[in-house]
Design a protein around this ligand. Structure first.
Ligand SMILES: O=P(O)(O)OC[C@H]1O[C@H](O[C@H]2O[C@H](CO)[C@@H](O)[C@H](O)[C@H]2O)[C@H](O)[C@@H](O)[C@@H]1O
Length: 255
């Protein structure tokens, strides 16, 4: 379902831009490893990072190291595993206290072995169960994860597109954006956040509190005030953002 929303404004030089990865910067794919980065994406992110004086961060469910690998040689500030990991604007890593999910591994491996269509993704601060290959397994995955957490009150569940994950309680994309916004080079800027999935809603909430701009990419209900229909349209928006920031900088220099 696509709900009509205003086209988002472009960021001005005093903006802080936060970007989700899967479904926003790259199209969703059959498995986590099969996403394809369009070749022009890294150069546009690099330009944006420079034009915003460093105030550009990736806020994702992926591990920070995985994002680094996709966008190398670029190293951006990044909140990974839905905010359970964070590398700030100075390049310093911050991790949430309950970070070791290995206690869940045995039970989850068993479930994946019993159901070959389920894919288990093991991350530093989380384990994800993917059921994209057989969406009828959603309830099974969800119930199994809920049962696992009964004895672990420090952990919570986060749901996404054909995926359910365990996550340290308190970690969220919203909390990560809030933390970035208290530090240089983000502090004092107007936040923009673009995302496509359920876990992005906490980010939209924080951006709204801070009078910023929330951009939902693709279909689905969202509290974001703005919407862009597809990953490709979002890439066009990023290019326009760069062009406008470059033009503004040129004007400033010529004054
Ligand atoms: O916050 P995001 O950057 O959107 O990351 C959310 C999850 O993305 C990945 O899973 C999703 O994308 C896969 C590749 O397109 C797809 O196969 C899967 O169905 C999606 O749920 C990633 O694997 C997870 O770790 C992230 O949490």
């Amino acid at each position: 379902m696509s709900i009509s929303r205003p086209i988002p404004p472009l960021p001005s030089p005093d903006a802080a831009v936060f970007l989700d990865f899967d479904g926003t910067l790259v199209d969703l794919a059959r498995t986590p490893d099969s996403v394809v980065l369009p070749p022009e994406l890294v150069p546009v992110l690099r330009s944006l990072h420079i034009l915003l004086d460093g105030a550009l961060a990736i806020v994702t469910g992926r591990e920070v190291a995985v994002v680094d690998r996709y966008i190398e040689p670029l190293r951006l500030p990044c909140a990974g595993t839905h905010g359970a990991q964070r590398r700030d604007g100075r390049g310093v890593y911050i991790s949430s206290p309950a970070t070791d999910p290995t206690k869940f591994v045995d039970a989850i491996v068993q479930l994946a072995q019993d159901n070959p269509s389920i894919f288990m993704e093991s991350k530093k601060c989380s384990i994800a169960l993917h059921y994209r290959a057989d969406p009828t397994l959603e309830t099974l995955c969800l119930q199994a994860m809920q049962e696992l957490l009964l004895d672990h009150p420090d952990w919570t569940l986060v749901r996404g597109k054909y995926v359910v994950e365990v996550l340290p309680k308190g970690a969220s994309k919203g909390a990560a954006i809030k933390a970035f916004m208290q530090e240089p080079p983000f502090k004092g800027r107007r936040p923009f956040f673009a995302g496509d999935d359920l876990s992005d809603e906490s980010g939209f909430g924080v951006v709204r509190e801070l009078q910023g701009v929330g951009i939902k990419v693709g279909a689905g209900m969202s509290i974001a005030r703005h919407r862009i229909d597809s990953v490709q349209d979002f890439h066009r928006w990023l290019h326009k953002a760069c062009a406008q920031l470059q033009a503004m900088r040129k004007k400033e220099v010529m004054r």
